[in-house]
Design a protein around this ligand. Structure first.
Ligand SMILES: [Zn+2]
Ligand SMILES: [Zn+2]
Length: 312
């Protein structure tokens, strides 16, 4: 009996406790059924600059009625959109339908999918130009990319070319923005707010008929993010844990202190912003469990750690 009790205690500690911990993470992670809502958030890339095969570079789809709007185009954006279409049956993310995108800032991890977004949907049939909104420098980046692919464009649109029937599909209308309302159509209004990162950078608030969604991009905690949310339905925010940051080189720690957000900072920000749901993206911790436990210990509101192709 003694042996059994010891065994049971050991079993409880070694097996049941980890199962409960895993279960609490898994339970908290269940994406909400998207059918109830007209507006869907599709996480296309929750990753960082490092090439993690399970986490594409930052990219988020906001789907309203029959239209998808993208925020950022990190590496893998078009293939993740295709996966959302093929595997999750999100018709609006079929690559030829990708027409409108908002970029938070011009760091490469958020923009190396830009030529992919310009050219891949065109090669499979997009006939209309792309509309892209973002900070100063976006027009120059767009012009340089189109020039870099001049040979491709010429050979696809000449008398012999396979895309000569729809030569407009690679065109881009790049719009450089300032804070305020930057886009409006019958589906939604998009408002940009200045954030605090290593360059001109914006977060965005999306107001649709049934939801309000705020996305941070890369930033230190800002009052502008709190003001943009103020009880919003969903806040999507970047984050890293102090324990992970302590493992990084001094130069990165100094950079992150000015331009990124820690779990204690995000917990405080979320207490003031009061989102109904907080989605962590562009995150780093020692592990998912470490990130979850760290955030849980600091924040009692509803939050999830986003995974690529989750739908909320
Ligand atoms: Zn950045
Ligand atoms: Zn980034």
């Amino acid at each position: 009996m003694y042996v059994n009790t010891v065994w049971f205690r050991s079993f409880t500690f070694l097996v049941v406790v980890p199962i409960l911990l895993t279960a609490s993470l898994a339970g908290a992670q269940q994406p909400q059924p998207a059918e109830k809502s007209k507006t869907k958030i599709v996480l296309l890339g929750t990753g960082n600059p490092g090439p993690d095969p399970d986490r594409s570079g930052p990219a988020t789809g906001i789907v309203v009625n029959d239209t998808a709007y993208l925020v950022d185009f990190g590496p893998g954006v078009v293939r993740r959109a295709a996966a959302a279409f093929l595997d999750k049956r999100i018709e609006e993310l079929e690559p030829t339908k990708l027409r409108v995108a908002f970029v938070t800032h011009l760091h490469s991890d958020h923009t190396v999918g830009y030529p992919d977004l310009i050219f891949t949907p065109w090669t499979v049939g997009r006939r209309l130009p792309l509309e892209v909104y973002g900070p100063k420098g976006l027009k120059a980046m767009t012009e340089h990319l189109l020039e870099a692919y001049r040979v491709d464009i010429e050979t696809r649109t000449n008398a012999d070319g396979n895309q000569r029937g729809f030569p407009e599909g690679h065109n881009v209308n790049a719009h450089e923005i300032t804070p305020g309302v930057v886009y409006k159509d019958p589906n939604l209004t998009v408002t940009a707010f200045a954030t605090k990162h290593a360059m001109e950078s914006y977060g965005y608030r999306f107001d649709t008929p049934d939801r309000s969604i705020v996305i941070s991009g890369d930033t230190n905690p800002t009052q502008a993010t709190i003001d943009a949310c103020r009880g919003c339905d969903v806040l999507i925010h970047e984050v890293h844990t102090p324990a992970w940051l302590a493992t990084r080189p001094q130069t990165f720690q100094q950079f992150a202190a000015k331009y990124h957000t820690t779990t204690p900072q995000l917990a405080e920000l979320a207490r003031q912003a009061k989102p109904k749901l907080l989605i962590l993206y562009h995150y780093t911790g020692l592990s998912r469990q470490e990130l979850f436990d760290d955030m849980r210990a600091r924040y009692s509101g509803h939050f999830v750690i986003g995974r690529d192709l989750d739908i909320y």
